[in-house]
Write a protein that binds this ligand. Sequence first.
Ligand code: PMP
Length: 376
Amino acid sequence: MARPWNFSAGPSALPEPVLRQAAEEMLDWHGSGMSVMEMSHRGKQFVQICDEAEQDLRDLLAVPDDYAVMFMQGGATAENAIVPLNLIGRRGAAAADYVLTGQWSVKSHKEASKYGDVAIAASSGTEVQLDGKAQKAWTWVPPVESWKVRKNAAYLHFCSNETIGGVEFTDWPTAARLGVDDVPLVVDASSHFLSRPMDIGRTGMVYAGAQKNAGPAGVTVVVVRRDLIGHALPICPAAFDYANVAPEHSRYNTPPTYAIYIAGLVFKWIKAQGGVAAMERASIAKAELLYGYLDSTAFYRNPVHVPVRSRMNVPFILADESLNEAFLKGADEAGLTQLKGHKSVGGMRASIYNAVPLQAVQALVAYMQDFERRHG
Ligand code: PMP
């Protein structure tokens, strides 16, 4: 069996050694005679798996002790509601501010608006005509100094890597740069989690759906400063209240046990590769290769402002869009899969997460060059 190079935005490629280990352990985990799927979430074997996953993640991101790490359910979309349910009431005013840089932060903002007075601190959305319809293009990040953060906001939310637009925050602002005290940052880092060091201590909380860099779909990783826990709105479902989940180390109710196990194997794989610093070095090399080629030709184009181009998600369009179908068909035949762009922006998107090796990007660029030669 030949595995194609998989450029899916998520669920996406997993490290092959992780899949092999999971296959070997499928029927019998470490002599237990059971699959991880068959274990009680309160039994000592799963408790060990879950606690090790938590510790490995703490090691990878140097998570300070005053932060809780939780494995939750519902994806980042559910977390868009779980965040305000837990945090928006902490300062009485039920106010929160959102920075909009793409479709995922727009969704987060819309969801949070159900729970309080939610304002837009900054937005990079620019009106454009696409297929004859007025739409927003998202290609840059508003400078931190222009963000309008209210003093009474319970938190400030942004999405540090917009998976659809391919816009990545290079840095997370400090309180001093924002000019407000006690407005913790809440970061949706879903699509570049574990691809680079992240200064957790600068934030109030970071969350990420696992199905890009951290594991399979079905588990959301949540890292929250402990003093922010315990202020949930009365309507917050018990299973989503951090004050219930954190002290139980993600086992308040039945967690997604198998997804946590696979995520734990991915954490160990990242550690064995040299940690997030090694992931970052590899990501830089892959991104430089792909953007370098895109910028060298007029045949393809990436519209994102250069300093905030995502190292993980690289959208690009063909100058002649009538060639899109031929491009995708040829790519599939060359063993390069899931390159179709998000339906809202069209064109192509190559997601080059941790488990996608440099070799895959080399194969993609070689195919793109060849396609250009034949059609340019
Ligand atoms: N935020 C970001 C940045 C995402 O990329 C995604 C999914 N692609 C989501 C949120 C939503 O995640 P989920 O589908 O797990 O709810």
